[in-house]
Each structure stands twice: as structure tokens, then as C-alpha cells.
Design a protein around this ligand. Structure first.
Ligand code: 5AD
Ligand code: SF4
Length: 486
């Protein structure tokens, strides 16, 4: 065994630790309203300079990117979409599966050459991967061209960390392995002026046995209702047409607030705000209450789409995953949602190849999908995450078997997606028009209330509006139609 090198000189504070990150105390999270501040010597640090951010992973990360962009812009930096010419390059990473991590290490390799050409380039890594000590060690050993690293809990410290990196020839690492606070005074430069993300809760306490998120994002902590409501009101006043309430598990919103106020109450309050569309993601079936179903069923601006990750269709696998529901209780909830919320679309996440998943257990997942007929599903091959309980489980299933299972599952999922879309044929759907289609500039594109992608021909003046579209053709992943307005 080789001796472990001492990298402590690179760390501001202690080294990242998943073991520390796992701890949960009973203490209420702190709401801090003055943590973010740009030091006076950094106010003009970015004058005449550019930043580039590449984000991997979930919506939470996308929203973090908006915060980081806001911070860069307050220091005078301008955004660029060209990594090759940027003065600061920041990789905002995801740790949920190994292939997401591999992509980041691939880009870091590519950046080695760029850094050689332009040594003044500042290269940063942040996001969920940097909360993992294994990743930090690998960067310290093999990717010494990185200049600065920070984690998910100290985004507000970006100006100070950047200052350290500018003054320091050596790698700066500042990662906090703690439960996390709620920082309320962060700037945001939103990507777009129609749809906005609104954080309602951070972290996750579910500790599903395969999942790294409770370690990388800390303890479950809810923002104060009035902070969320004010943010949605401001977005509505600024002309936004849609908000998506974000949390690793929105359904457990409020449990840490010390009041009776829960996610159903928040939905009811946001329903009263004059913003045309409200969505939310993501929901754990465990905490999905009847009150939530009832408020969603009352409609208004609450859009009829529920993402309800099932993960597996075998109750014994669900038990090993630590999901706290079984096939029957999930089915009961699913049916309640389907029957009570008018026009609802239900999508899901499924993992195949959990350690030692047998053929019979996989067949149960397939059978459940055939029974429930989702509108769509994100399907994944299980990826062991160091530090999680499942990573220690023995797994004798061949990779080929897992790939074959994924293919069979996808065939079933796609089949149902198409069937659901066919039911939209000849109907008129309301579409929030976001812009032109990726494939054809002459075609407009947007989403229905139930979150189906629609492409249709119509004048560019419709962009930014919610308009009626008659569906004339359907495919597995999109609808095609014609403008049905005046
Ligand atoms: N391997 C594969 N998929 C995973 N997910 C979370 N952790 C893992 C893992 N270790 C999937 C789950 C989750 C989605 C965001 O990613 O399906 O719902
Ligand atoms: Fe991971 Fe489970 Fe939390 Fe979702 S609810 S983020 S799957 S631990």
C-alpha cells in the first residue's frame, strides 16, 4: 500500500469528507441574509475579462450556474460561450453516476493543453463531484493544472476563492463537508426570461442506498415560505410565464420549519400568484400527501405533470434501495394521481442492475411499467457510488445483462410514450412558445401544460406567449401541430 500524500497545504479549512457530510444534527438550518459579499478589491476584478461555465447534471446544478453567473457579473466579468478564449473556465459537476464524472475528467484532460497555451487562464471545478474526497485526491494527483475548487455549500464564497486563486500559484481547495445553510442574498443571472427555477429546499435526508446526493448536498433544509413567495411574485412582475419549484425532494418541504406549513400549503399559496404556469421537481413517493394530490387536482396555474421516480418494480429491490414504499403502495399513489388530477402526465426514473438484481426482479420492473404506462421515463444502469451503502453490496450481474435489460425497458417505455402522445392527436393544446425548433428555424417550439414538447409552424411574434396549437402528428418524444389561434 502506498503512503497517502499530505495535501493539506492546498486546503482552506479541512479536507472534504463524505463521512462528515453524512452527519445530521437536529439543529434547525441557519438562514443567512448577509453571507454573500464582494470584497472591495474584487469589485472590478473581471473588467475586460470573460467567464465560461459548463454545467452537468440536474436542474439544481443549472440553477446554481445562474447564481455563479450572477456573482461573476457583479465582479465585472462578461459571459462567453467559448471555452477556448475565456479568462475563467468553471466546470459545474454532477456526481450521480460514474459516466457524468468521466465526462468531467475528459474535459479536464483537454483543458491541460489549453492551460499550457494560456497559463493565465483560471480553471475552476465546483458542484457535486468536488464534495467527494476521492475526486479531490484525483485532481490533486493528476490534474494539477486546476486552479481552484469549491463545493455546493460555499458558492457565495466564489469572489474570495477566486481572489485566492488569482494571488496563489498553487491550487486552492475550499469545500465544506457540513449540513449546509440557507443563503438568501445571492445574485442570479437567469438563463432566459420566460421560465425560471425557484429553489424551495436544499439537500436530502432520504439516504437511498445507491444515491450520493444526501452526501454532496447536505441536510434537507427548506427556505422560508415568504422568501419563496416573494421570489415567485417578483418573477411574475418581471413577465416570467413559468416557474419550477426545485428541491431534491420537494414533498418533504417544510418538515424542518417547525410549523405545520407543508408543500401542499406552498402550492396553494403559489397558485394564488398571477404567474401562468407552476411546475415542481422532484417528488419522492414517500412524502406525496393526499393534500398535495388535492391541490394539484384543483388546477389553475399548477401544471398537470408529476415526476414520480419509482426506481424499481420489485418490492425486495425497493427495500434494499431504502425507498420506504413497495410496489403496491406506489401503485396506489400512482393511481390516485392519475385518476384525480385532470389531464396529468406522469413520468419516472428507473434504475436497472441494482446489485444482484435477478431476472425475476427485473421482470417485475418491466411488468410494473407495462401496468402503469408512464408518459416517459429516464432509465439508468446502476452506477456504484463510493461511500454509499449499495457500493458495498456484492454484485454478480454481468454488464452485458444490465445493458440488455436497459434496452428491453426502454422499448417498453418508448412504446407507452408514443401511445400517450397519440391520445393528443387532433386535440388543441396550450403551448408556451419558447423559440424556434432546434432542427428548423422556421418552426416554433414549446411545451404543453403536461410538459410535452410541441413543434409547430407559426409567426415568430408568438414567442413568449401561451397559444393554442392543434396536434396533427405525433412521435415518441414530440408532438407536431399547427397554430390554432386567430
Ligand atoms: N446509479 C444510477 N442511477 C442513479 N440515480 C441516482 N443514483 C444513481 C446511481 N448510483 C438516478 C435515480 C434518480 C436520478 C436522478 O438518478 O433514478 O432518481
Ligand atoms: Fe437520491 Fe433518494 Fe434523495 Fe432522490 S430522494 S436525491 S434518489 S437520496
Amino acid at each position: 500500500m502506498g503512503t497517502k500524500k499530505d495535501y493539506s497545504k492546498y486546503f482552506t479549512g479541512t479536507a472534504p469528507s463524505l463521512k462528515e457530510a453524512k452527519k445530521r444534527s437536529k439543529a434547525a438550518p441557519q438562514v443567512i441574509t448577509d453571507a454573500f459579499e464582494i470584497p472591495t478589491d474584487m469589485i472590478e476584478a473581471g473588467k475586460g475579462k470573460t467567464f465560461f461555465i459548463r454545467t452537468y447534471g440536474c436542474q439544481m446544478n443549472e440553477h446554481d450556474e445562474e447564481v455563479m453567473a450572477g456573482i461573476f457579473e457583479q465582479m465585472g466579468y462578461l459571459r462567453t460561450e467559448e471555452m477556448e478564449t475565456a479568462d475563467v473556465v468553471l466546470l459545474n459537476t454532477c456526481a450521480v453516476r460514474e459516466n457524468a464524472e468521466n465526462k468531467v475528467f475528459g474535459v479536464l484532460g483537454h483543458l491541460k493543453a489549453l492551460k499550457r497555451e494560456r497559463p493565465e487562464l483560471l480553471l475552476g471545478v465546483c458542484g457535486c463531484m468536488t464534495q467527494e474526497e476521492e475526486v479531490i485526491n484525483r485532481i490533486l494527483q493528476k490534474e494539477q493544472h486546476v486552479d481552484f475548487i469549491f463545493g455546493t455549500h460555499n458558492i457565495h464564497r466564489l469572489p474570495q476563492i477566486l481572489r485566492d486563486a488569482l494571488m496563489n500559484k498553487e491550487l486552492v481547495v475550499e469545500v465544506w463537508s457540513k449540513e449546509g445553510d440557507i443563503i438568501e442574498n445571492l445574485p442570479k443571472t437567469r438563463n432566459g426570461n420566460l421560465k425560471a427555477w425557484v429553489n424551495i429546499a436544499y439537500g436530502c435526508d432520504k439516504f437511498c442506498t445507491y444515491c450520493i446526493i444526501p452526501y454532496t448536498r447536505g441536510k434537507e433544509r427548506s427556505r422560508q415560505p415568504e422568501d419563496i413567495i416573494n421570489e415567485v411574485r417578483e418573477l411574475a412582475a418581471a413577465g416570467y410565464q413559468e416557474v419550477t419549484l426545485l428541491g431534491q425532494n420537494v414533498n418533504s418541504y417544510g418538515k424542518d420549519l417547525g410549523t405545520e406549513y407543508r408543500f401542499a400549503d406552498l402550492l396553494a399559496d403559489v397558485q394564488k400568484i398571477a404567474i401562468p404556469r407552476v411546475r415542481f421537481t422532484t417528488s419522492h413517493p414517500w412524502d406525496f400527501t393526499d393534500e398535495m394530490v388535492a391541490v394539484l387536482a384543483s388546477g389553475g396555474n399548477l401544471m398537470p405533470h408529476v415526476h414520480l421516480p419509482v426506481q424499481a418494480g420489485s418490492s425486495s429491490v425497493l427495500k434494499l434501495m431504502g425507498r420506504q414504499y413497495n410496489k403496491d403502495s406506489y401503485t396506489e399513489l400512482y393511481n390516485k394521481i392519475r385518476t384525480q388530477i385532470p389531464g396529468v402526465a406522469v413520468t419516472t426514473d428507473i434504475i436497472v442492475g441494482f446489485p444482484n438484481e435477478t431476472d425475476e426482479q427485473f421482470e417485475e420492473t418491466l411488468a410494473l411499467c407495462k401496468e402503469l404506462k408512464y408518459d416517459g421515463a429516464y432509465t439508468f444502469i446502476y452506477s456504484p457510488r463510493e461511500g454509499t451503502p449499495a457500493a458495498k453490496m456484492v454484485d454478480n450481474i454481468a454488464e452485458e445483462t444490465k445493458k440488455a435489460r436497459l434496452q428491453r425497458l426502454n422499448a417498453v417505455v418508448n412504446d407507452h410514450a408514443l401511445t400517450h402522445n397519440q391520445a393528443y392527436l387532433e386535440t388543441v393544446q396550450y403551448v408556451l412558445v419558447e423559440g424556434t425548433s432546434q432542427k428548423n428555424d422556421a418552426v416554433l417550439s414549446g411545451y404543453t401544460e403536461s410538459l410535452k414538447l410541441v413543434n409547430f409552424e407559426g409567426p415568430a411574434s408568438l414567442i413568449g406567449k401561451i397559444v393554442p396549437v392543434k396536434v396533427t402528428q405525433v412521435r415518441t418524444w414530440s408532438l407536431y401541430g399547427e397554430y390554432a389561434g386567430e
